[in-house]
Design a protein around this ligand. Sequence first.
Ligand code: AMP
Ligand code: MN
Ligand code: MN
Length: 331
Amino acid sequence: MSKRVTIDALADWLKARDDFVLLGHVAPDGDAAGCCLGACLALRALGKRAVACLPGGVPLLYAGLPGAGEALDIEQVSPGMLPFEPKAALALDVSELPRLGEAGQALFEACPERAALDHHATNPGFGDVCALDGEAAAAGEMVVELIDALGVQLTREMGECLFVAISTDCGQFSYSNTRPETFRAAARCVEAGIDVAAITERLYRTRTVGRTKLLGLTLAGLELSPDGKLAWARLTEDMLREAGAIREDKEGIVNYLQEMSGVRISVLAEERGEETKFSLRTRAPLNVARDVAVPLGGGGHDCAAGLTLAMPLEPALAKVLAVAREAIEKV
Ligand code: AMP
Ligand code: MN
Ligand code: MN
């Protein structure tokens, strides 16, 4: 059984331990990567040993963040290859154990002591202790609080990682999850001396040719239901090759579907070998986590959720569209 704890209690738990491995979810986003890197710097500032491990490593988009060069790809390192034997694990921005990926979950479970910090409302609670805040816009918001509770000074390096975590998860302070605490946490990062213009230029106003071409190919195949309320598109492995893109380049494409006027639910189906990964978006009062992702074995937030089906793209897409259609008709 996992014990729900406050951020202060999690800070005490961390202070009493050493030799940490910090873990994020598969296909790490800005929040997962930023939290692992930021928390790693904070624990080191306390004199602890800590290493950040992400499935697939730090995505290219975030490779310039402080400490990214020392982070490990959990899918490439065996536990014996870690710089020290971890005694405690901390999962950040991970909504449930399987989201750590196979290797991450194995490492987490092999650690003698385990904790989690997360902001997904669907999180059932895992680890020995678990700090959850379903209202936080990003796990990064909670990590800023954690750093204060640890009594560590928030440095520019930590601030850079956590600003990226926060601003990516709240759509640059525009989604409905953005709350006063989101701005306050971000303001702390700015006060720590980060270069907001340089960071946001890299994140939001620069994209590779491959990413741009993949966006074009994906949107060219866009489909809509006759009433225009359901939008979907396919992203195949052939399209990745044709665009010269990498997996992480699909990030954000689903938003273009959701941003079309009249669309209530949008679905991006991504071919991954024999499996298909789905990104789902909606707007309140609809809830894609509860009504589409969770019933099909996935999870996420009310308006942004995902799932993976062990089926080829076409039958998997038909299944997800049927459930999404029902969710639209329900309201
Ligand atoms: P994405 O569409 O990949 O950006 O994911 C949107 C949200 O859904 C993220 O916050 C993820 O935490 C969540 N999510 C995505 N895929 C899954 C999955 N297979 N299982 C549970 N949650 C997921
Ligand atoms: Mn995330
Ligand atoms: Mn998050």
